[in-house]
Design a protein around this ligand. Structure first.
Ligand code: GCB
Length: 596
């Protein structure tokens, strides 16, 4: 029944032009031509190219003696895809406007296949043209989308033009203000994907929430031959299951999976799973585990766990750019492993699918988050559709990742009728799409009274896990009494301190007593006191310091200490370990799992 609801909710994933078409599952398993590499660009700070006169999307050339054209892709600049544009040319450092990208590709045959342009992410708005025809638009900087171009591709050369705009907007997700760098551009991979006429658009293959011996989920086909035999094989486990899709091309899955090794951080076992229809087949590495909450415990495969984590932005600080390659993700995740983490909070937006897959292989549980951040305008009528669509795109992409244990809906929003109802509705939508994971939202609005902190925001009570960002010792001084802070919760749920910490400049050892010295020793004091406080919180089930590495944030303006960087990293922007790094590593090493 539960999977039927999931299935119904997914049927509502109607492709809207505004948002692009929902992307197909498991892009890496497809026949595809990478469109990564150097693209020609026209930088368009005044949005001239959208007008009839300039019309960059027409890519016009002067043909007659009297023609002239004031733009040209081929004779201008080039930028790498994937990659943010800000870090690629000095004049684009703080650029927040439009850039038009162009590249060509060749096709040999169009009769037997369907063709899609798949974007792993474009920040923030994308407008896509193929051979002069507008194919569609997409809003949202961190999730994949695709456009079918079967009827628009031609044999020989094809011209693809994408207008990208990264202007911060009031009704965007995130909105106008956020504490990270607004890297714009075609920041993730682009592929031309070729599929059979009827192809496997989607599948969900995970252990059923209430029975770890059963696989639940579904398969969806797209194309003219909707009714087909479907086979799911897991060769290593000698599992072979057959079923048929219905007239809509859909089928629910339910079959036993008994003797298997469950995915855990200590042994992140993945199995090769084959999904075959009569006209298409895919294989993917999939892991199996359960994750649940029981009172104040978080249970992974039935065992109580403590989440030892770290917050990570998708940025390579040494290069001052968005992370875009496997080696970038490896650097970030290797640091997390070295610190002793068993979980990573990938903030504040869905990171690249490849990063999530890498974390899964490395045995890191993942908290994945939507960019519904601080100043979001919940009263804006367009917000509901945008939030819902982004949520669906995130879950659609990573629902088969055993490592993903938590969907986080938002970060630091404040009570109002609209906020409360929006997040509650989003929680229920999440559960209807995927009931195999925990759902949370991070809040920072506790009430302090002397040496007590009260968790009262009623939306905490809606979520499966309470997540609190608290900056005791930094934004909020420790209580004057010198006593430790006691945490009191209205809700009988596990608590994760999703953020805590403070700023320090690497190598600065000036004054351990003053926050404004930005010294490493002041930061050490904060962490020592935090760890002391944690000992007395019986329902604490996870912590993630803010954060792995110093990151760019133009709002961080102190001319001596910050210089456009948020300095709360355990590592400097050059990857040097601050003193707190060792403190956290030690704390994680000595932590034991809570008793169930
Ligand atoms: C927070 C936010 C995070 C900020 C951090 C800070 O509470 O969730 O995005 O970067 O504090 O450094 O202030």
């Amino acid at each position: 029944m539960k999977f039927f609801l999931v299935f119904l909710a997914l049927c509502q994933l109607t492709p809207l032009l505004l948002f692009g078409q929902s992307a197909m599952i498991h892009i890496e398993g497809r026949q595809r031509i990478s469109l990564n590499g150097l693209w020609h660009v026209i930088i368009d700070p005044f949005d001239a190219g959208s007008g009839d006169w300039a019309a960059y999307y027409k890519d016009r050339k002067p043909m007659t003696n009297t023609d002239f054209v004031e733009s040209s892709f081929e004779e201008g600049q080039q930028l790498y895809v994937p990659g943010d544009f800000n870090s690629q040319l000095p004049e684009l450092n703080y650029y927040e406007s439009s850039i038009w990208y162009k590249r060509t590709f060749n096709i040999k045959e169009t009769n037997t296949s369907r063709f899609f342009i798949h974007f792993a992410a474009v920040n923030y708005k994308a407008e896509v043209y193929l051979n002069g025809i507008k194919i569609g638009i997409h809003e949202g900087g961190f999730t994949p989308f695709q456009f079918e171009v079967t009827d628009h591709v031609r044999i020989g050369e094809n011209s693809l033009i994408v207008k990208v705009n990264n202007q911060r907007i009031k009704d965007g997700i995130p909105g106008l203000g956020f504490d990270w760098f607004n890297y714009g551009g075609i920041t993730r991979d682009v592929d031309l994907v070729q599929t059979p006429k009827t192809y496997i658009k989607d599948y969900f293959i995970q252990l059923a929430q209430n029975d770890e011996n059963i696989i639940g989920g579904y398969v969806t086909l797209d194309g003219p031959s909707k009714e087909q035999e479907i086979k799911i094989n897991i060769p290593e486990l000698h599992v072979s299951f057959k079923t048929r899709t219905d007239k809509e091309g859909k089928v629910l899955l339910r079959f036993p999976l008994r003797k298997k090794t469950l995915w855990t951080p200590e042994n992140p076992k993945l199995y090769e799973v084959h999904v075959s229809a009569e006209t298409d087949r895919l294989k993917e590495q999939i892991g199996f585990r359960t994750i649940k909450v029981d009172g104040t415990n978080i249970l992974l495969n039935g065992k109580s766990i403590f989440l030892k984590g770290i917050n990570i932005h998708e940025e390579v600080p040494q290069r001052r750019s968005r992370a875009y390659s496997e080696s970038d993700y490896k650097m970030l995740l290797d640091w997390a492993k070295e610190l002793g983490c068993n979980y990573v909070r990938l903030v504040h937006y869905p990171h690249h699918e490849k990063m999530v897959k890498m974390a899964e292989k490395m045995g890191l549980m993942v908290w994945e988050e939507l960019p519904i951040y601080q100043g979001i305008d919940f009263s804006d009528p367009s917000m509901k559709d945008k939030m819902n669509f982004m949520l669906k795109e995130m879950i659609a992409r990573d629902k088969n990742r055993a490592a993903v244990i938590i969907w986080s809906l938002s970060n630091e929003t404040y009570p109002s009728a609209e906020r409360d109802s929006s997040l509650t509705a989003l929680y229920h939508l999440t559960k209807s799409l995927d009931n195999t994971r925990l759902v949370t939202s991070a809040f920072n609005n506790m009430r302090f009274e002397e040496n007590k902190a009260f968790i009262e925001d009623k939306v905490n009570g809606v979520m499966d896990v309470m997540a609190i960002n608290q900056y005791l010792g930094w934004y909020k001084p420790w209580p004057e009494t010198g006593q430790e802070v006691k945490w009191v919760s209205k809700f009988n749920k596990p608590l994760i301190f999703s953020e805590f910490g403070g700023e320090a400049v690497f190598g600065n050892n000036t004054d351990p007593k003053r926050a404004s010295s930005w010294s490493e020793d002041y930061l050490v004091n904060i962490y020592q006191r935090q760890f002391n406080m944690f000992k007395n919180i019986s329902f604490l089930r996870g912590v993630s310091p803010w954060l792995l590495v110093d990151f760019r944030s133009p709002g961080r303006a102190h001319p001596v200490y910050q210089k456009g960087w948020n300095r709360k990293g355990l590592l400097s922007e050059r990857g040097e370990k601050k003193k707190v790094w060792y403190l956290v590593a030690d704390y994680f090493k000595n932590l034991t799992s809570p008793e169930k």
